[in-house]
Write a protein that binds this ligand. Structure first.
Ligand SMILES: Cc1cc2nc3c(=O)[nH]c(=O)nc-3n(C[C@H](O)[C@H](O)[C@H](O)COP(=O)(O)O)c2cc1C
Length: 338
């Protein structure tokens, strides 16, 4: 019997397939169906800092300091109409989601500033969430704000939330960080139990007729997985926190790659929005079939087997392989050369 169990944030999950934060998990019916189809855990959509009645001086200060960048970031958020849940309704949704399924329910807070609003983390814990995912969505556009200051802001936020809750804490990270392993190490020290790689930033487009910048939310494609595979493969074995992959996980092959890189779970949104939550069932079947054919008995057995520590050519994840990759392409392009 193939064992699909995995551990994430201190829980033993029946499957590494996790539904990531999106409008899917805003609906109880879809949450139940996702569990029936094989989800190992559910991440609820985020409660956004901007949705909270904020009177914290900290935040006022932050907004006046970074008014331009925060306002700009806001216009790129996923369509807020889908996020009708205010703070009270959000807490009620946490309670209902917990009652609806047996698998762990992970709530999500989305914000950038440390301050009064983080006390909602405790309210979320009291509402029964099994864990909390913190999505730090910040676009640093101010030339006077250095990278180190942005990283310090992330760490302050994580420490602050850590102080307020006892449940496991995962942090969803952007890939726009200059030294990801060091940041991961610092997040370990700040109290993160899990790192979710990576946040997808929704890039605005230009409308050439209206000459306007328009928000544009496109679903992911499987090629986006590679960035996550590389960094999970590099981090595996070097951080205490569990690693989760979000972004570009569409089928069983993607899940297998995520596990071999060293992830504890593989999260899905775009594929479920495209094919429905029952897609989880099809992916689980394919996963089992592949493992059977390749004589794997458990997810545990394959975890990290393709991480940088374990592959025959560790440089494949580094710059050393850059030249080789470019050369291999140039050769293929020359007429008559295969
Ligand atoms: C419509 C939509 C809404 C989303 N809402 C949230 C959210 O509330 N909080 C969050 O952290 N991520 C949110 N995400 C990001 C997803 O959780 C996920 O990280 C991202 O889509 C990449 O995974 P995928 O390739 O499986 O789609 C949303 C994504 C989509 C497409």
């Amino acid at each position: 019997m193939i064992d699909l169990t995995t551990t994430y944030l201190g829980f033993t999950l029946p499957s590494p397939l996790v539904v990531s934060a999106s409008p899917i998990s805003e609906q109880l019916d879809l949450i139940r169906r996702a569990e029936d189809a094989g989800a190992g855990a559910i991440v609820l959509p985020s409660l956004f800092e901007e949705q909270l009645a904020i009177d914290s001086e900290d935040l006022d200060h932050h907004l006046s300091q970074h008014a331009y960048s925060v306002a700009e970031a806001l216009t790129y958020f996923p369509e807020p109409a889908a996020y009708a849940l205010g703070p009270d309704a959000y807490l009620e949704h946490v309670r209902r989601a917990k009652a609806a399924v047996d698998v762990p329910v992970i709530a999500s807070l989305n914000g950038v500033s440390s301050g009064g609003w983080v006390h909602y983390a405790r309210a979320i814990e009291q509402a029964g969430a099994d864990a909390l995912e913190l999505n730090v969505y910040f676009i640093p556009t101010d030339p006077l704000v250095a990278g180190a200051a942005v990283e310090a802001m992330y760490l302050d936020l994580v420490r602050d939330v850590r102080l307020h809750v006892g449940i496991p804490l995962a942090v969803k990270l952007p890939h726009f960080l200059s030294a990801i392993p060091n940041m991961a190490h610092q997040l370990d020290l700040a109290g993160a139990d899990g790192l979710v790689l990576f946040n997808r930033f929704y890039q605005p487009d230009f409308d050439l007729d209206a000459l306007e910048v328009v928000p544009n939310l496109t679903l992911s494609n499987p090629a986006e997985l590679r960035l996550r595979l590389r960094w999970v493969a590099i981090l595996y074995g070097h951080v205490e926190a569990d690693l989760a992959i979000t972004g570009g996980v569409h089928d069983a092959q993607d899940v297998l790659k995520a596990m071999m890189a060293g992830a504890s779970v593989a999260m899905m949104t775009s594929a479920l929005l495209r094919h429905g939550v029952e897609h989880l069932g099809a992916v689980t079947l394919d996963l089992r079939r592949w493992m059977e054919e390749h004589e794997y008995v458990s997810i545990r057995q394959m975890r990290g087997s393709m991480s940088q520590q374990h592959v025959a050519e560790p440089a494949a994840f580094e710059r050393a392989n850059y030249l080789k990759v470019l050369r291999s392409y140039a050769l293929r392009m020359r007429p008559g050369v295969r």
